[in-house]
Design a protein around this ligand. Sequence first.
Ligand code: SF4
Ligand code: SF4
Ligand code: SF4
Length: 281
Amino acid sequence: MIKAPVNKIIPSSVVDGPGNRTAVFFQSCNFNCRYCHNPETINMCISCGACVKTCPAGALSIKDGKVVWDEKKCCGCDTCIKTCKHNSSPKITYMSGIEIWEKIEGNLPFIRGLTVSGGECTLQAPVVRELFTIAKQHGLGTLLDSNGSYDFREDPENLLDVSDGVMLDVKADNEERHMWLTNHSIDIVLQNLEYLASVDKLEEIRTVCIPGGLENEKTIEVVADILKPYLEKKNIRYKLIKYRHFGVREEYRNFVEPDEAYMNSLKKLAEEKGFRNIVII
Ligand code: SF4
Ligand code: SF4
Ligand code: SF4
């Protein structure tokens, strides 16, 4: 049975896709974005033991050289997250798709869908596929929240067969800026952008907006150019996300938070470029 590291499950969320949804957050990411709001989801725990000593509830211990988390004792204070210098968390549970489903199926009467996020959810593709297959059998919608590094054109794990769509991050406009921001190439992200639109699996595009060096205007222009053949026929949602300092690592908190005027100027630009469904959050 294949299991994946689960960071947390939010039973009811209205910010992870349309309607009320359960959101599953997996641990580990292949990007390292400077503005990441959840940097503790980037790496797997290396069991260095540092957080064990700082846990005030005795919820962490070391067994056979591995850190063990006792969920029942945990008070959720996040001291361990603040202690960890490795962008990780000891509060991880390994679960199969069936096990995740058993944990969330009680939410069924209250939700219209399931969203998987991270970290990067596509790194856990076999478990996501298993989970989404069951969710579909129960009539739930299924969405992937992805940084775009998985090759959706080849789709080696057959994720699109069981997914309604992808909420795709487009974080920058060119290779240099994307590498600087994420430590990962932009090529596959832009190829996915075009491909997902062509097969009607692009649920929304997401760009985190920071005034200055990131040049968000250029990102909007690049996205619009790629989606030009589709924008008239399809009402593709573009979510412009305000950068906020909350949760961001100390060394990267020198980014400027955008004001309303800046966000509205980006919205206007996106409208001029043909988007009709633009959301600022
Ligand atoms: S959040 Fe972390 S430090 Fe706090 S009680 Fe739980 S395991 Fe311990
Ligand atoms: S979560 Fe971080 S501090 Fe705690 S054992 Fe793992 S690597 Fe060390
Ligand atoms: S892709 Fe998302 S989870 Fe991964 S480092 Fe970037 S912001 Fe963080």
